[in-house]
Write a new protein. Structure first.
Length: 258
């Protein structure tokens, strides 16, 4: 009887489940694709601008080690960018270079993505990229590719854009935008509140591991001729957002001294 059951199960797999699995693999609909050369930067991030101070920057959280290594890019008086999902890290410096020339965020997105030669279309396709840009006036734009792992998407608000992939639901990015818009205080506090709200809404479906924050403004950092107001990374922690909050609060007196 055991042999019969095993044979029946094998036939069911061969006739029904295997073809479905093959179709899912071809369409890229698997939540995790073992053939990928690197783990996707599955994450949620937010870019924001404070018109009262002129500061611009972003924050990010993910279930990958050291998410701050390549996601956030910013330059004082220019703007910021976030590169994630089936990531091409060069999108970050490309975006900053175009913003420096006065290119609008929506055109930055278009030019950078269209200029991507898609060197690994099979296992690291440009259609899986996720990319967001904000300029020094708070104008925003974002792109979420159709092959970014679900749930993936982005949402824009007043002086902010939130985006993520492998998320629990669209509520993650919606909650982030709402928290950013409604939270008072320094830009670091507002970005942090957005991450906390995104996590409360379900966050990255796989959990938490690392977080980072980057904020810039001309000559507004500690010491002479420093444009970096905040640069923080939590590379490996079971509660990275909580640790990021500790660091933000620890650095607050230093910021107030400026």
């Amino acid at each position: 009887m055991k042999r019969i059951r095993m044979c029946v199960m094998a036939v069911v797999w061969a006739c029904t489940l295997a073809p479905a699995a093959l179709r899912a693999q071809r369409s890229g609909s698997f939540s995790t694709m073992p053939s990928l050369p690197w783990p996707p930067v599955a994450t949620f991030s937010i870019l924001g601008y404070d018109p009262a101070t002129g500061e611009v920057g972003g924050a990010v959280q993910s279930r990958v080690f050291s998410v701050g290594n390549g996601v956030l890019w910013a330059e004082a008086g220019v703007g910021a960018a976030a590169t994630q999902a089936i990531v091409d890290v060069s999108y970050g410096p490309q975006a900053i270079a175009l913003l420096r020339k006065g290119v609008k965020p929506v055109d930055v997105i278009k030019q950078v993505w269209e200029g991507d030669p898609d060197p690994r279309p099979v296992d690291w396709t440009k259609f899986g990229r996720q990319f967001a840009v904000i300029d020094a006036q708070g104008n925003v734009a974002a792109y979420t590719g159709p092959k970014a792992t679900e749930w993936a998407g982005d949402k824009q608000g007043k002086y902010c854009t939130a985006q993520g992939n492998i998320l629990a639901s669209p509520d993650v990015v919606s909650s982030m935008v709402k928290a950013f818009e409604e939270t008072p205080g320094h830009l670091s506090v507002r970005l942090l509140a957005a991450l906390e709200a995104g996590q409360m809404a379900g966050g990255d479906k796989r959990g938490m591991q690392s977080a980072a924050m980057l904020i810039v403004k001309k000559d507004a950092g500690v010491w002479l001729h420093n444009d970096v107001v905040v640069r923080l990374q939590v590379d490996d922690n079971p509660e990275p957002i909580k640790e990021l909050r500790r660091l933000v609060e620890k650095g607050a007196p230093q910021r107030r001294a400026r």
